[in-house]
Design a protein around this ligand. Structure first.
Ligand code: NAG
Ligand code: NAG
Ligand code: NAG
Ligand code: NAG
Length: 434
């Protein structure tokens, strides 16, 4: 035991191993698609459900292009459909396998000569992320408590930190609940949560003291550890969980694995933006909360529902702050949610890279498209006043953003988290809880 603690206190050397089989994407390409209006978005969503097109970036009409990944099998047919709808498109990545190889080289060189990378400075493995949270809890016992909520489908410990000056006993404070990596391949999302832990606990600055004094924090850096590890070791572009259901496979004569966790929550389940094909990236599962990982998010929400003022579900990519509902019905407090979401987007914009997109803020359905079973909708419907899906930037790299951008994304996203933390306290104390 003492050996373990010594190891923890002397820092966690993040150990990088790459083996992500990039060759499985040999011949795959990514195309930008210009969107003129909502009908163009609908064409893309139908391609997603009908031809299994992998939608990388949603795009928004006249704001930014969508990005789709095509396989050698579906490419001709999909491009023909775009052409026949008069939709302009262009080649963005000619060979996905090659760009993933480049990504692996980027990661190796990032680690080369950097012995003491912290888990928020790289794309750390799940065990390293858990070890970081353990170290924080051991070193700062008065502020940070580590909770193991249970095991993932494949048996990994799902852990989160509770950060509070009063061990969550002062109920006059709001709770801010953030989570990340619900979708496995969205690697940039986890560093922003770890960096938030770092800024609240290890590097609390004078100007941020109110955030620790006035707000309690729940930070769950990896919702979907099985998918995340699979995206490190087997398939960089894996999105869903890794659960196996033999009955479904027999019934559908498939051997597919996993469901889309962000379609698996119990809100308008299996109605919009889903596919009944268990092999699809947007298969919602056979029933709400079929996935143990989404049940954990549900359980955290319900345990603290009286005090969670903001739920921030962090995804990538596209630079959006989105609120519900996903079926285009605006919540009663939509004006407040918009106000807080816009403050987040604008604050991030003040620190963005010159060439990066400005954040776009709005209702998820009206901005992007209809979905169902999403975590942020579920949180709002069960009583979290302000519930968002945050889509981080990608700087046109897609999911395989080089690690030298992590620091920038952490820093700018923290600005958005800080302002929304302050607004959470303000709204909570004014009893704006509808
Ligand atoms: C509870 O938190 C609020 C907000 O930070 C603070 O004003 C109050 O003094 C705290 N109460 C106790 C008993 O510490
Ligand atoms: C697998 O899916 C079927 C429906 O296809 C469902 O009835 C069954 O309960 C599921 N099994 C498990 C273990 O979740
Ligand atoms: C099931 O799939 C296999 C291989 O894909 C195929 O050979 C077989 O005919 C299918 N069976 C049914 C009942 O569709
Ligand atoms: C949208 O979803 C909410 C929550 O389930 C529901 O109350 C509302 O009636 C739905 N709106 C439409 C247009 O279906």
């Amino acid at each position: 035991m003492s050996a373990v603690i010594i190891f923890l206190f002397f820092g966690i050397a993040v150990n990088f191993v790459v083996a992500a089989n990039s060759h499985i994407y040999s011949g795959y390409s990514v195309h930008g698609v210009q969107l003129r209006h909502r009908l163009d978005q609908i064409v893309l969503y139908n391609l997603q459900t009908d031809l299994n097109v992998d939608l990388w970036g949603h795009g928004a009409p006249e704001i930014r292009d969508a990005f789709i990944m095509l396989s050698p099998e579906n490419r001709m047919e999909v491009l023909d459909i775009l052409d026949s709808n008069g939709m302009k498109h262009y080649l963005h990545i000619a060979d996905v396998a090659k760009s993933l190889k480049k990504h692996e080289a980027d990661l190796s060189s990032w680690h080369h000569g950097r012995q003491n990378l912290e888990p928020y400075e790289t794309y750390a493995r799940h065990a390293e992320i858990n070890a970081y949270m353990e170290r924080i809890a051991i070193q700062y016992p008065n502020i940070a408590k580590l909770v193991t909520i249970g095991e993932s489908f494949e048996g990994r410990d799902v852990k989160y930190l509770k950060i509070s000056t009063s061990n969550f006993a002062n109920t006059s404070k709001p709770i801010y609940f953030m989570d990340a990596t619900m979708h496995a391949r969205e690697w940039i999302t986890t560093p922003t949560t770890l960096y938030s832990i770092h800024r609240l606990v290890e590097d609390l600055r004078e100007e941020d003291k109110d955030l620790l004094e006035d707000v309690d924090w729940i930070i769950l850096p990896v919702v979907n550890p099985d998918g995340y590890e699979f995206s490190h070791t087997e398939n960089r572009l894996w999105r869903g969980t890794r659960s196996v259901n033999e009955t479904t496979n027999e019934l559908t004569n498939t051997s597919c694995v996993g469901v889309d966790p962000n379609r698996n929550f119990d809100v308008n389940f299996n109605t919009l933006g889903v596919s009944s094909n268990p092999c699809s990236q947007i298969y919602p599962g056979h029933e709400p909360f079929s996935e143990v990982e989404t049940r954990y998010v549900r359980d955290i929400l319900l345990e603290h529902i009286d005090r969670i003022q903001i739920y921030m579900d962090i995804h990538s990519y596209g630079s959006y702050v989105l609120y519900g509902l996903d079926n285009a019905t605006l919540p009663a407090n939509a004006v407040h949610q918009h106000h807080v979401g816009a403050a987040m987007g604008a604050n991030i914009d003040t620190a963005k890279l010159p060439n990066a997109d400005f954040y776009a803020v709005g209702n998820s359905n009206l901005m992007l498209y209809g979905t169902s079973g999403a975590a942020s909708d579920y949180a709002h419907v069960v009583g979290v006043p302000m519930s968002y899906t945050l889509e981080l930037p990608d700087y046109e790299y897609g999911f395989d953003m080089p690690p030298q951008y992590i620091e920038q994304v952490n820093m700018e996203t923290w600005k958005g988290i800080a302002i929304t933390g302050r607004l959470a306290a303000l709204y909570y104390n004014a009893r704006v809880r509808s």
